[in-house]
Design a protein around this ligand. Structure first.
Ligand code: CA
Length: 226
């Protein structure tokens, strides 16, 4: 999942970013409303965390303009204690949820997970392809009943692919959803990680069909059949 954080207080923004990255999310940060709007309207995020009080354009306005532009990415508004009007205004402007500052990181995480799931509600926290399963809450990955250890990036890659099961994903789509802007992406980074993943989810299961497929000239997909 790729998340945009729009928050002008650098300390808060950076600690949210660090925390979310530890949870395997790809995170971009904007420090004012205008650049937040620009990023949100040009990049495909899974969730946007939007502070209300922002320089250049406030969060409520950013939210309103995004919805006017038909961008329906789930938005979690951050509002300071006592600014109840912000909350009402924010929800009216099209935000999906709000959180009052200061908040516990665990609370933020729970809200993000709920929002990230919302568009594909039926998927819940268990993602799967054939006999491979991934639990987005417990981080457990298993195939044919055997536990598989993945690094954080491998997990994020597999999660993204399973959320788009049986769809061909281009390298650009994968980079956009699994890595953030500042990450060092080399031309072969995606191939390298696809290789790591293949070694863990397909190679050891020699009697099973391969799940991770390279669609030459297009990209990659996960799924059992062709
Ligand atoms: Ca602020």
């Amino acid at each position: 999942m790729r998340i945009l954080v729009v928050e002008d207080e650098h300390k808060i923004a950076n600690s949210i970013k660090r925390g979310l990255e530890q949870e395997t999310y790809a995170v971009d940060v904007a420090y004012d409303g205008e650049s937040g709007f620009d990023l949100a309207s040009t990049t495909d995020y899974d969730v946007i965390i939007l502070d209300v009080m922002l320089p250049k354009m406030d969060g409520v306005e950013v939210c309103r303009q995004l919805r006017q532009a038909h961008i329906h990415t789930p938005i979690l508004m951050l509002t300071a204690k006592g600014q109840l009007n912000d909350k009402v205004e924010g929800l009216n402007a099209g935000a999906d949820d709000y959180l009052v500052k200061p908040f516990a990181f665990a609370e933020l995480l729970a809200r993000i997970r709920a929002l990230g799931r919302r568009p594909k509600e039926s998927l819940g926290s268990m993602l799967s392809a054939a006999d491979l399963s991934l639990n987005t809450l417990t981080y457990e990955v298993a195939r044919a009943g055997r536990h598989i250890d993945l690094s954080k990036k491998e997990f994020a890659l597999l999660e993204y692919m399973l959320r788009n099961k049986n769809r061909i994903l281009t390298k650009d789509q994968i980079i956009n959803h699994v890595w953030h802007y500042d990450a060092d992406i080399l031309p072969n980074t995606v191939e390298v990680y696809i290789g790591y993943l293949r070694n863990k989810i397909d190679k050891p299961f020699t009697d099973k069909p391969s799940l991770l497929q390279t669609v030459r000239g297009f990209g990659y997909k996960i799924g059992r059949d062709s």
